[in-house]
Structure formats: C-alpha cells, structure tokens
Design a protein around this ligand. Structure first.
Ligand SMILES: Nc1ncnc2c1ncn2[C@@H]1O[C@H](COP(=O)(O)OP(=O)(O)OP(=O)(O)O)[C@@H](O)[C@H]1O
Ligand SMILES: [Mg+2]
Length: 376
C-alpha cells in the first residue's frame, strides 16, 4: 500500500498543507523545529488514531485553533481509500471513505505504517513496558482481534487486582477469575511468540545486510512460558495458585503477559548491555524492517515506512547499505536535517521536499527528474 496524498488542517505547526507523495522514496529535509516530525506524526495519527509522542490529543491541535483534521488517500491493490480523522477537544472522529467508524480496532487495521524515530532507541534501552507497548501496537495493526483480546485481558487483570486489593478471600471466585485470565494469557502469549519467531526469520539477514555482522536475534522473555505446560489450563492454574499468598501480600497479579519482555542479541552479546549506540539504532531498525516482511505475509500488503531522522549515528557505509535495502518495492517517507546522508542514486529516485516553518516546497533537485513528481 502507499499513501498518495495527505491534507492537514490545524495540525501542530501546519495551518493548512496538501502534499502528494511518491510511491517509492520521499525525503523531507529542513532545519530543526520546522515540522518534519510533525508531518510524520500526522501520518501516524491518520493510521493509528493516536500519536507516538507522549502528549495529549489537545497538543496536536495548532495553538489557538479549535480542531485538527487529517485526510489521507491510500492506494491499496488498485483501490483508493480515503481516511479522515479529526479532533475538536471533545471527540475524535474517524471516517473511512464516507462512513464514520466507531470501533478503533476496525479503523487501525486499514492503513499500516511502520515508524522509526530516534526515541525508538528506548525499545532496546528502556524498561520492559516500552517493549510491551511496541508489541501491542504492532500486533494490533496486524490482527484486529489482538486489540480486542488485549482489552479483554486488561479488563480481567484489573478486576483480579481489584479483588486482591479488596482483601476478599473466596477461593472459588479467585480460581474462576484466574482461569479467565489464563485463557487470555495463553492466546496473547501464542501470538507474541509466533510474531517474534517470524521476526527472527528475517532479522539476522537484514542486520547482516546493513552491518556485515552475523548472529543477530531477538529473544522473547515471557513472564511464564505456557508452552512448557503444553498450554494446559489446569496445570497453569496450579502454577498461579502457588503465588496466591504472595499476591495478597503484594496486592497485584504475579504472573501474566503484562510482565513479558524481549531482548536483542548479537551472538551471545546482549545488545542492551554491550551494543554501541549505532548498533542499538540498527537493531531497532532491523526489528522494524523485519516487520515489513511479516506485514507482507500476514496481511498481503506492504506497510508504509516512516523514518524520522534515521541517519544520525550511523556511519556512511551502513547508511548506504540501509538505503539500498530500502530502494525496493516500498513506500518510504524519510526526514533529515540535510541531504548529505543520501547518495546520488537515491536522490535521483526520490521525491524531495524542503520544509521551512510548516511550509513545504518541492526541492529544485526534482526538476532534474522527468516524471510526475513536480506536483505538490
Ligand atoms: N500544537 C502546536 N501548535 C503550533 N506549533 C506547534 C505545535 N506543536 C508543536 N509545534 C511546533 O512545531 C515545531 C516542531 O516541529 P517538529 O518536531 O516537527 O520539528 P522537526 O522539524 O522534526 O525538528 P528536529 O529536526 O529538531 O527534529 C516547533 O517549532 C513547535 O513549536
Ligand atoms: Mg524531529
């Protein structure tokens, strides 16, 4: 799939913007604080309804305005879909073609994006919560059922925690609510396990393509490995029961996928502990590039890749390897402070935009290319 066009109204520092993208590589460059990340953010919100930045929806509305609107035209296997999302400080509205959508899960599975931002280094460096959030966001795009499953899990988990905190001690009820939790636990575990296995089918090759180094892998660290109990709910219930006493002491649920984690390895080295800054960056990028292959297989469509300022801290050789890897049948929207990181070959293929204070112009380099890339 690819994004043909985006129109913004009152989003961040854009009062009004209309922009048409190329099917392949698009480069948006400009100085700091001009709106590069904001533009990628608008595309992300269009796809997923929420921002990746840690802010309230209100912050997305241009200062002193009352609403924002993002419209996008998505091309997928010859069909155009129009997505529209708006927010007026009260209600978020999602529209697909001409129909208003009320279920977030139905909306977010339509347009698939994969985003890389400098903050994604937290996926390797940050606490487990960040990695679980990553798994949840990605899997919700891949499967609309996952989003529903996760909401159900969280509801049961909250009920169970509330029950523990209430101090009530009806063992039968405790067993029942635990069994409900285990049922969802197993399903989420299976999906996450399969996802990480699939990532590993591609990750080592991609990491090698970029860095020349072999042995990259991602290791799932589930809080409880349900496969060891043959997914037998009774056996697993016994394991949970062993911790009932300590749950009453610590007032929270001891086992479950809400405590899962995963790690990055190069051979035997845990990259969180031993990786260089550039290696960590490429590790997270590898994770995201592997996902593209999974989207292709599971959803039969290629997601749109959004790369925010990806080239800092990566040396020229790896940069070029990465760019070569990206020059395939894939829409990529890349932001950068300058065009220095791009070689001639990429520049001749890309549609290039220059950005200044929320205004975007086609770069003069495009004139040298004879095709339809001249229109904004
Ligand atoms: N709600 C808003 N209304 C108006 N302007 C906003 C709003 N939110 C952010 N901005 C402005 O957007 C600009 C930052 O944009 P953005 O983060 O996209 O910059 P950038 O081009 O990615 O910069 P860098 O290269 O430093 O990452 C700032 O000038 C900020 O004041
Ligand atoms: Mg930025």
């Amino acid at each position: 799939m690819y994004l043909k066009r985006v129109e913004l109204k009152n989003f961040r520092n854009y009062s009004s913007l209309k922009i048409s993208f190329n099917k392949g590589i698009n480069i948006i460059y400009g100085n700091n604080a001009q709106g590069k990340t904001n533009l990628l953010e608008s595309i992300y919100v269009l796809a997923l309804t929420n921002t990746f930045r840690n802010v309230y929806d209100t912050d997305l509305i241009m200062k002193d305005r009352k609403f924002f609107n993002i419209k996008g035209i998505l091309k997928n296997s010859k069909l155009d879909t129009t997505l529209n999302i708006s927010y007026d400080n009260i209600k978020k509205r999602m529209i697909l073609d001409d129909s208003e959508i009320t279920k977030v899960s139905s909306y977010i599975s339509v347009m698939n994006t994969i985003l890389f931002t400098p903050d994604d280094l937290d996926i390797i460096k940050g606490p487990p919560l960040v990695r679980r959030k990553f798994l949840n966001t990605e899997l919700s795009q891949l499967y609309s059922n996952y989003y529903i499953l996760l909401s159900e899990y969280e509801k049961i988990l909250k009920m169970r925690n509330d029950y523990i905190k209430s101090g009530a001690l009806d063992i039968n009820y405790y067993d029942i609510i635990t069994s409900f939790l285990i049922e969802k636990d197993i399903l989420i575990f299976k999906i996450r396990k399969k996802f990480i296995e699939r990532i590993n089918n591609y990750a080592s090759e991609i990491f090698k393509n970029i860095t020349g180094l072999s042995g990259f892998k991602i290791v799932y660290k589930p809080n409880l490995d349900y496969s060891e109990y043959d997914y037998d709910k009774n056996k697993i219930l016994e394991v949970f029961k062993d911790k009932y006493d300590s749950e009453y002491k610590f007032l929270s649920t001891f086992y479950g996928v809400h405590k899962d984690d995963f790690e990055f390895y190069l051979g035997d080295f845990n990259l969180k502990l031993y990786g260089s800054q550039g290696q960590m960056r490429i590790s997270v990028l590898t994770l995201k590039l592997s996902e593209i292959e999974i989207f292709k297989k599971w959803k039969n469509s290629t997601p749109i890749l959004l790369l925010d300022d990806v080239f800092s801290e990566i040396d020229e050789i790896k940069n070029n390897n990465l760019l070569n890897y990206l020059s395939r049948d894939l829409q990529v929207i890349i932001t950068a402070v300058s065009l220095n990181s791009f070689n001639k070959d990429i520049l001749s293929k890309a549609k290039i935009f220059r950005i200044e204070y929320g205004k975007i112009k086609l770069d003069r380099l495009n004139r040298e290319v004879k095709d339809d890339r001249r229109t904004l």
